[in-house]
Structure formats: C-alpha cells, structure tokens
Write a protein that binds this ligand. Structure first.
Ligand code: CA
Length: 278
C-alpha cells in the first residue's frame, strides 16, 4: 500500500471516530452567527429566575425577561435536530412571561424572524412575536384561537397558516420574512417548508416599536397575550429570506444520519485492516 493510501486510511478512521462525538457539519448556531445580515440572536439559554438579561449572542442587542418565564430544554438530538450543544436551554413563556427587545435594532423596513417554538395550547390568542405600533406598521406572529398561525404586518390581514400539524407539543422551526414595500408578500416556513406566501391589503413600511417575544407587550408591568409554549434560538435578520437561506438553516439543524456515520466508520476500519496487512 502506498503512502497516500495509508494516510487516507488513517484520516478516515480519525474522521469516523470524531464525528460520533463532534458533528463535522456546520452547526445551527454557527450558521446563524456567520450570516452577515444577522441583527440579533437570542439563544434563550438563561435561567430567568437568575437574570433578567436575554443575551444577544451576536453582540449588542440584549433583551429583557419579564414576568415568570421558565427555563426548559430546547430541541435535542432525541427530537431529530442538531442538539445545539450539550446543554441547550430554552424558554417556556408559560403564559406568564415576555422578552422585550431593542426597537432601534428591529424597527427596520424588511426583516426575517427565525426560531423554534413548541406550542402546547391554542385556546386563546397569544403571541410568538409582536410590535406595538400603529396598525399600519405593526409586525406580529400570533397563535390565534382556532388553530391558526397568523402573521400580520399592518391592519388585520396577513398570512393565515393552519397549524394543526404543529399543535403536538413538539419543537418546530419557524421562519417569517417580510419585505420593505407596501403589499409586499409575507413568506412563512414551518419546519423549513414553505407554508404561506400571501399579499395582504394593509402592509406598512416599518415593523414597529417595542418588539416583544412571547407576548403582546409589557405595559406598566402587565404582560398581555403571553405565549402558552416555549421559544428557542430566536434570530432576526436584516433582509428577506429565500428558500436557499432556509435550506441552509435546515442542513445545519439536521443530525447526520447514523447509517452514513456507520458506513464511514466501517470504511475506515476496512482501510485500517488493509493497512495492517500491507
Ligand atoms: Ca437555546
């Protein structure tokens, strides 16, 4: 066996051994952080009973916890998703919490929301994300009473998405993009598949003030329409996403199939055997 083949054999063994413990693909977190249009990234790994700061992993736009949200476990390998590190915590809004964000960072003409949600109850109107502003330029992602996800960017029209399939207590990924022009379409992806693109009649130019995760807002300490579920890994981007952008996140969120890892490992062992016989 020539020297090159020996080197390949060793490399395959090392790669096979290494991938089991440390996934050798672009992981979800680094994929989000490497996007040049990222505005803010809330990994939501804090324990809100210990701190009121929801850290922006990308830099300078920390949020603030309000009410009594709870720390919970985020999507893990057991759910079929990249486990976001060994200890991925998320936030259960519990119908009693909210996270206020930075208006200066997020009141922008076009925006994309990405994140994970776990819905446990749809019996009343609740918010995944909303801004408080005049109806002409608000931006909201609602769970409306009656099993629908409702995205509005002004007025009462918007993209209505049936969510029967996600009212299952499992983690699901959500992408919502809106453009900068009046009557611009809003695009919604659930679990990385497009589910709604629609033109509405009341699209505003901005995205509104007092952006809030998990509630309608916090006014004088009162939290309205708090989300009856959990959120994790919420990020905002300063542009509209395409299917290609969503595909990139999807690839990063997936766990490599065990079969391919096993084959790689067996291949490495076979090459090692050949090297020993040489
Ligand atoms: Ca997290």
């Amino acid at each position: 066996m020539n020297t090159m083949l020996k080197s390949l054999g060793c490399a395959a063994v090392v790669a096979g051994a290494g991938m089991g413990a440390n996934v050798a693909q672009a992981d979800y977190v680094s994929t989000v952080l490497s996007n040049e249009d990222l505005i803010a990234y809330y990994r939501l790994g804090e324990d809100p009973s210990q701190t009121s700061t929801a850290t922006d992993a990308s830099g300078s736009h920390d949020g603030t916890y309000h009410g009594s949200p709870l720390s919970t476990m985020g999507p893990t390998a057991d759910d079929g998703w990249n486990s976001f590190g060994d200890n991925n915590s998320a936030i259960n809004l519990n119908g009693a919490g909210a996270i206020t964000l930075d208006t200066a960072a997020l009141d922008i003409p076009q925006i994309t929301f990405t994140g994970w949600f776990r819905l446990t109850d749809d019996t009343h109107n609740q918010r995944i994300y909303t801004t408080q502003a005049s109806p002409s330029n608000r931006f909201t992602i609602n769970v409306a009473n009656g099993q629908r996800l409702h995205v509005t960017t002004g007025g009462s029209n918007g993209a209505w998405v049936p969510i029967d399939t996600v009212l299952d207590g499992e983690w699901h990924h959500l992408v919502v993009s809106r453009g900068s022009n009046a009557r611009e379409d809003v695009a919604v992806w659930i679990d990385f598949l497009p589910v709604a693109t629609t033109l509405a009649s009341h699209f505003g130019q901005g995205t509104g003030t007092n952006p809030t995760l998990g509630a309608q807002g916090v006014v004088d300490g009162t939290i309205d329409n708090s989300f009856l579920g959990s959120l994790d890994e919420v990020a905002f981007f300063n542009r509209v996403f395409t299917q290609e952008d969503v595909n990139e996140l999807h690839a990063a969120a997936l766990i490599p199939e065990p079969a391919s890892l096993a084959l790689l490992g067996l291949g490495g062992l076979a090459m090692l055997g050949r090297r020993r016989r040489a």
